[in-house]
Design a binder for this molecule. Structure first.
Ligand SMILES: [Ca+2]
Length: 125
């Protein structure tokens, strides 16, 4: 998998890998920490970490994000934990999946064919 250090906010989306379902890049810590403090996984309603936010602990297992009013609403993500997380298009960890690597962020899930598709999530050991 290709990894790219972020040189700017716009650079990430231009250097993504075509490998579907895997976060392509690791952003600077300052960017990750901006509005996702501590050891949290943060889901955002819109791309570029905008709109409503749904925050989850590093040991989170969510069978249906509707419990957080966030079903099929995630468009960008920050993973400020030391764990990799997997998001699923179906409830109870089923369907297509997207992996969010530890200490990384993804400004848009649109180029991962996962925009507004996340319904469940859990951390990976
Ligand atoms: Ca992406």
């Amino acid at each position: 998998m290709k990894r790219t250090i972020a040189m700017g906010l716009g650079a990430l989306s231009l250097s993504v890998t075509t490998l579907v379902g895997v976060a392509p890049a690791q952003a600077a810590d300052s960017e990750i920490n901006a509005d996702c403090p501590g050891e949290q996984l943060c889901l955002y309603q819109y791309k570029n970490y905008d709109g409503s936010v749904s925050r989850h602990a590093r040991n989170a297992k969510v069978k249906n994000l509707s419990s957080y009013n966030f079903n099929n609403r995630t468009s960008s993500i920050k993973n400020n934990t030391y764990r990799n997380f997997r998001l699923y298009s179906g409830a109870s960890f089923s369907g297509a999946s997207y992996t969010s690597r530890h200490d990384s962020s993804d400004s848009t899930l649109g180029n991962n064919n996962f925009d507004n598709k996340a319904t469940s999530l859990r951390y990976l050991t």
